[in-house]
Write a protein that binds this ligand. Sequence first.
Ligand code: SAM
Length: 422
Amino acid sequence: MPESSGARPEVGDELELEVGDVAHGGVFVARADERVVFVSDAAPGEVVRARITQVKRSFARAVALDVVDRAHEARRAHVWPEADITRDPELRPGGAEFGHLRPDAQRELKRRVVTDALARFGGVTRDVEVASTAGDADGDGTGWRTRVTLHVDEHGTVGPYAARSHRVIPVERLPLAVDAIDALADRHRTARGPGRLEFTAASEGEALVRPVPDRGRATRAGVVRERVGAREFDVDQDGFWQVHRDAAATLVGAVGAAIDPELLDPRAPNLDLYGGVGLLATSFADVGGADVRVETVESARAATEHARRNLAGLPGASAVTARVDRYLEHLGRDSGAAARDAFGRATIVLDPPRSGAGGAVVRSLVELGPAQIVYVACDPVAFARDVGTFRELGYEPGGILAFDLFPSTHHVECVATLRPVR
Ligand SMILES: C[S@@+](CC[C@H](N)C(=O)[O-])C[C@H]1O[C@@H](n2cnc3c(N)ncnc32)[C@H](O)[C@@H]1O
């Protein structure tokens, strides 16, 4: 067993650490001098030599320099050679925290994070399996990103940032990106800086790059076309779209499967909250037909305008630009008894940003009393907190699914159904 030095760790210290379980954020828990140390580039059970990179009052951070003993059975050479443990940590690009482990082991770690978050913050004891997308079943965790941002430093060097830093790291390849972006980025190794380059590979057309300088004007973002099954969606080059090449289809299918058709009233005021360009509004039509009433609510006006056009083939669909919290407050305040009764028959899908919906939005949703809620979440802790609030207010989770829509990173997507306990 490695020994603790007994002294408070300092930034730059190199220690031998015994690595425990995974924590949220792509790091692993170890201890030095009774202090929790979150170690990156490690794996549970390993003994690593690690360098302390940050010391806070209640915890420290460290990065693994090499594995001293008990290398994890799923450890492999990192899919991004520049991010490998054999490199100086200062020169490792960030954004692929699990790339040193085989995909099955990555999904097992994500399972533990989701399961633990649900128990701790949501009070839900549930083992949630993490599924790969159909296209990734035999994959190695590469070739999936259709959106990539690279940074340009003041010398014109292009690359990702190092982990927890704004230092640009030049790299030979972008293994997590789809081939079209990898090839295009190869032709943009230097650029006029400082600023960033935004790469997009939509389902239709060539991959695109858009320079966004820190000073001065960026070129105007164009519109790209995405295809999901037989449907097409226009989206601004700088607007939100699910990043994994299979994510949109996976989520439309998962939300459609999560909506109970028996509870979907086609004439109720159904809602698709945080709707973007209208992607998940189409799940309502998949379950209940093109005439199902559904309003998609999104704060970015440009996205809502696309949503209106993207959903034009669905007569029951509408799109409004609004912040969800204000939209729900307004509904709660201004609805008469008949409208409130109608909300009791509604199905509501919500897909908030990483920070989750938050207590106020959850309370407003529960006040509307919908028949069923489908919650799509990209942060397990924010999701679990919101599930906890739903439960306090009388909505219980039914099925909870998780998908590995961000292979080789620590991110994971969850989809939960919530119903009132009547
Ligand atoms: C995770 S994305 C989901 C988009 C869409 N459901 C999809 O799958 O393509 C979250 C969306 O919420 C929007 N958004 C963020 N905060 C919001 C708010 N307070 N009210 C309404 N929309 C918001 C963002 O612009 C973004 O389009």
